[in-house]
Design a protein around this ligand. Structure first.
Ligand SMILES: [Mn+2]
Length: 335
């Protein structure tokens, strides 16, 4: 795996792309992934290359909105094997490709990767050329640098697409760095329209999801333990959304269980403060062991995790609370 700067990355990409190139996004691709891919596709086209195909297992809600407004087509997985050059966009781990991975051509494949996340340790095996920079908050800013390294001017629509990625990944500037603002101002100068960016990113929840959230709050049992507010609730669906809603209402940790016909799905969320200060990992401490206990599976991240399996909702929720308390107590006892 060779690490290149923006100018080297662009010239190598232009040199290697003879036919159509596949741009591959992560599962549940977000505005940064799709905006970056669309602007990179345009950059290849202004250099006389044929229109790249964009592949993603799935898109999140905002990305779907962007794809619709800008008429961005997501190619079918079965078309992937025809490509001999692929670019992984906003994706630093082959796992994140989801269902697409088995469709990757196995022979003579040249792989590029452009991302602002630290490359996963499995990446070098797959990737030939890398553009990686973690001093920016979005892949969109790296695509901006590719445009600036070329002799072409970033068009207005692509500037708006990149601005959407930047605003989304910087969480509306909540985690912005100084250069995030500088790059954003550059995009405005290329014609990005902030008003349009905000509209593209605002995707109101469905009525059914809002009702589920309100019911989750109404039915929540609230515990004040270990100097933390823990909220647990049982609903029919939207368990992840219910957790986010409970955190939004002030819980430090939220657990929601959705009871299906013969299985339950659990979701948990914790604030980043709790994860940092209490050393809590909802995936390792709670959902992975819970998945095993209920004869299913569990996993996720420290601050957001889930599990499912054949169990009753009360039983599964009880076990989840037990595992959570055990972890909080262990941390409490050692500090
Ligand atoms: Mn990103």
């Amino acid at each position: 795996m060779k690490q290149l700067n923006p100018s080297q990355f662009l010239s190598t990409l232009l040199q290697k792309v003879t036919n159509s190139v596949a741009l591959i996004l992560h599962q549940s691709a977000d505005p940064d992934a799709i905006g970056s891919a669309a602007a990179l596709a345009k950059l290849l086209m202004v250099h006389g290359k044929s229109k790249p195909k964009i592949f993603a297992e799935s898109l999140n809600r905002s990305a779907k909105n962007i794809a619709q407004v800008f008429d961005i087509t997501i190619a079918e997985a079965k078309d992937l094997p025809q490509h001999n050059v692929v670019v992984l966009v906003d994706l630093n781990n082959i796992e994140q490709m989801g269902d697409l991975a088995p469709n990757l051509p196995s022979k003579n494949l040249v792989t590029f990767c452009i991302d602002h996340h630290m490359p996963h340790k499995t990446l070098p095996k797959f990737v030939n050329f890398l553009l990686y920079d973690d001093t920016v908050r979005s892949t969109a800013e790296l695509v901006l640098q590719l445009w600036e390294a070329s002799e072409h001017t970033l068009p207005r629509d692509e500037a708006t697409l990149l601005a959407s990625g930047l605003v989304y990944d910087s969480r509306h500037f909540h985690i912005a760095m100084n250069n995030t603002f500088e790059h954003f101002v550059s995009l405005l100068k290329y014609g990005a329209v902030y008003d349009q960016v905000l509209k593209l990113l605002s995707t109101p929840l469905d009525k059914s999801e809002r009702i589920a959230r309100l019911k989750a709050a109404k039915r929540a049992v609230v515990y004040d333990e270990f100097d933390l507010i823990i909220a647990a609730t049982v609903i029919r669906t939207y368990e992840a959304s219910a957790c986010r809603a409970l955190i939004g209402l002030g819980a430090d940790i939220a657990l929601a269980v959705a009871a299906k016909k013969d299985e339950v799905r659990l979701s948990a969320r914790a604030t980043t403060d709790v994860v940092r200060e209490r050393g809590l990992d909802l995936a390792k401490d709670v959902m992975e062991p819970l998945g095993e206990l209920i004869g299913g599976a569990g996993g996720g991240h420290p601050s957001a995790a889930g599990a499912n399996g054949p169990a009753s909702s009360d039983h599964a929720l009880g076990l989840a609370l037990q595992l959570l308390r055990k972890t909080l107590k262990a941390h409490h006892d050692t500090t």
